[in-house]
Ligand binder design. Structure first.
Ligand code: WT7
Length: 660
């Protein structure tokens, strides 16, 4: 029934790696015996202006307060203290622009830039407790802007540069942001495209809370100008480069980040300062085995997502990282761009998403093979379950069978990594996130909240509070309690919304969102499992599976697949040879259905497989199964505004080739 649990390949860390690891096996027991003492120890890696005396206050659960009587300044922890400790000349980041411009920023440079920006924001009226919206591409100013807000105790709300004016307007309105920081435009696939125009539209209404718009000149394209607008280079660059950082309470709001829920309205996830920074820094240190002064780290996320917040800005900078920041798309100007950058900066830790790994697979192993990747020593994955084939490809083709892979499970809500192998401790299995980190406790339960047996699927819950946990949903505390804490209120568990299971070796497998779990004739089958089986077939590059309602079986499995280049070619050749009667495509689809049946069991044989050229994805790269379900059930299409490319849906609905 279940191909994931039969995975028996394991990859223990090398003795050499284990010998120098940042955290050892003993930490699990120590953290379980006394979680508060463990987290206090992690928190003491930070610089506290007033040391905390209380670790956790859970008296008003589900509202946690961590290190509440301590005070600190988050930006001071990420910048000033490194300069003070004598690392001003250490490069904080190597910025690589899409058009090929590059710039290295040291911690001393960063301190100057953040101080000037903090002074500039103050001159625009920003005060502690305010909200500032940031709508910027992946350029150094984005990080400077976030740190300047943190320095002033103002919460930022970063909105991904791919979101529309309407999405921007509603998020600005929800948070009542008084300032927006944006740029004239951004470089995307070799072109300069506007960003500010969307801001103009979003703040035009007379009731907009926005007083000022601070504009970075990135592309030089023409922009409309209003009396709210101020150029970054005119205001920020002329400020004093000295700014005294004030400490704030540990529970000072640090940022709001909007994420989609099951209803239409996005949720403003609120994170605070001391606990968040503690866990972001701890996890970055132990999961990636980060060694300051030795490693060059690269997380390929955008700061518009939580991965960018926790693993580009806060965790890494608190740990005095030297990292790479890349502005552009992975195939501009060519498909080897990432490996060229790894080669150029001798990147040693690389953290990316399975969807990109599968894209690299599709482009072919010969591309990374052209570059020197010998600097790499740890590879990370995040965002969705990684199928064993992509995991193995990542390990072999990118990691040369040498680098441990850390598959990291977490969410916008959890703020930081929760479940992941430790690279010097854990023997990994392809496709498993393995184990909750020391200090974290996760359980798999059934509908009644009772833990299920090993090998059985259930709901993933977190049964103890953790420092980086969301504090609430901005402006809607009821929704916070309802969404995350009502499902297992009796037990007091945090409901993550993911299906999971522990296998008989105690390894944890994430099975996708529970909203994506299908029920076929009373059998529970994860969309992820079927996708994993499909992409294990040599002809398939990518697959998305949905459960479509079925009068006979409750739900039927409908798969959308993108074929690999060679498979497409073979089908075309066959069509040319035999006349285009569709028989080649049909034969392949039959083969794929049989393949899934063989991999998982006959119950998992897809009812229908559609061959498509692309899959609809959100701007963060997640497949929009809801839309695919609409197609599979012949319904009118739902809202496509968060799609990366809404033309994809037109392609799919107009060319529904290959139905079986
Ligand atoms: C959802 C959270 C975490 C930062 C990026 C996504 C899925 C995330 C994994 C993983 C399996 C994963 C879960 C989770 N997810 N990482 N390693 N293995 N699933 O943040 O947008 O808040 O999404 O992403 O379904 O609930 P997000």
């Amino acid at each position: 029934m279940d191909n994931l649990s039969v995975e028996d390949r394991t990859f223990p860390p090398s003795a050499e790696f284990a010998a120098q690891a940042n955290l050892g096996e003993e930490a699990y027991q120590r953290a379980a015996d006394d979680p508060e003492a463990f987290w206090a120890e992690q928190a003491r890696h930070l610089n506290w202006a007033t040391p905390f005396t209380q670790v956790l206050d859970w008296s008003e659960k589900p509202h946690a307060r961590w290190f509440a009587d301590g005070t600190l300044n988050v930006a001071e922890n990420c910048v000033d203290r490194h300069v003070r400790d004598g690392y001003g000349d250490t490069v904080a980041f190597h910025f690589e622009g899409e058009p090929g411009d590059s710039r290295s920023v040291t911690y001393a440079d960063l301190l100057v830039e953040v101080s000037r920006a903090a002074n500039a924001l103050t001159s625009l009226g920003v005060q502690a407790g305010d909200r500032v919206a940031i709508y910027l591409p992946m350029i150094p100013e984005a990080i400077v802007a976030m740190l300047a807000c943190a320095r002033l105790g103002a919460a930022h709300s970063v909105i991904f540069g791919g979101f529309s004016a309407e999405a921007l307007r509603s998020r600005i309105g929800d948070a009542q942001a008084r300032l927006v920081i944006t740029s004239d435009g951004q470089f995307r696939r070799g072109r300069a495209v506007s960003l500010k125009a969307a801001v103009d539209e979003a703040v035009a209404a007379p009731d907009s809370p926005v007083e000022h718009v601070l504009v970075v000149r990135r592309t030089g394209i023409d922009v409309a100008w209003t009396d709210k607008d101020v150029w970054w280079h005119e205001l920020v660059d002329t400020q004093s480069d000295r700014h005294e950082a004030q400490p704030f309470p540990a529970e000072q709001p640090l940022f709001i980040l909007y994420t989609s829920g099951t209803t239409g309205k996005p949720k403003g996830i609120l994170h605070t300062s001391g606990g968040y920074l503690t866990q972001a820094a701890y996890t970055h240190r132990v999961v990636f085995d980060h060694k300051p002064g030795q490693d060059v780290y690269w997380c390929t996320a955008d700061i518009g997502w939580v991965t960018g917040h926790s693993y580009i800005v806060y965790g890494p900078l608190a740990n005095r990282v030297t990292q790479v920041i890349y502005e552009g798309t992975p195939n501009t100007p060519h498909e080897g761009r990432h490996w060229e950058i790894v080669d150029k900066y001798e990147v040693s830790i690389y953290y990316t998403a399975p969807t990109l790994i599968r894209t690299f697979m599709k482009w072919g192993a010969e591309i990374p093979e052209r570059y020197d990747l010998s600097s790499l020593r740890v590879l990370g994955s995040v965002g969705e379950p990684i199928n064993p084939e992509a995991w193995m490809w990542y390990r072999q083709t990118i990691g040369h069978d040498r680098c441990p892979i850390v598959d990291t499970w977490w969410q916008t809500e959890t703020g930081a990594i929760m479940i992941s192998p430790l690279p010097g401790v854990t023997a990994t299995k392809p496709g498993s996130a393995m184990r909750p980190l020391p200090g974290i406790s996760a359980v798999v339960v059934n509908d009644e909240g009772v833990p299920v047996g090993d090998g059985e699927g259930g709901y993933l819950v977190v049964d103890k509070p953790w420092p980086a946990m969301l504090r609430t949903i901005w402006g809607d505390d009821e929704r916070y309690v309802d969404t995350y804490w009502s499902r297992f209120a009796a037990q007091g568990y945090y409901f993550a919304g993911d299906g999971a299971k522990y296998d008989t070796d105690g390894a944890l497998w994430l099975l996708g969102r529970v909203d994506d779990v299908m029920n076929i004739s009373g059998h529970r089958i994860s969309t992820t499992e079927v996708e994993s089986a499909l992409v294990a077939h040599p002809s398939v590059a990518e697959a998305a599976v949905v459960g479509a309602s079925d009068p006979m079986t409750g739900q039927g499995i409908v798969a959308f697949v993108i074929l690999r280049g060679a498979a497409v070619q073979a089908a075309e050749d066959a069509a040319e040879r035999d006349g285009d009667d569709g028989s080649a495509a049909k034969a392949l689809i039959d083969e794929l259905r049989a393949h899934v049946a063989k991999q998982i069991g006959p119950i998992a044989r897809p009812r229908q497989i559609m061959v498509v050229a692309e899959l609809p994805k959100t701007r963060s790269g997640k497949i929009m199964r809801r839309l695919l379900r609409d197609v599979a059930e012949n319904r009118e299409l739902g809202d496509v505004t968060t799609l990366q490319d809404s033309a994809v849906m037109n392609m799919i609905t107009s060319g529904l080739g290959g139905g079986s």
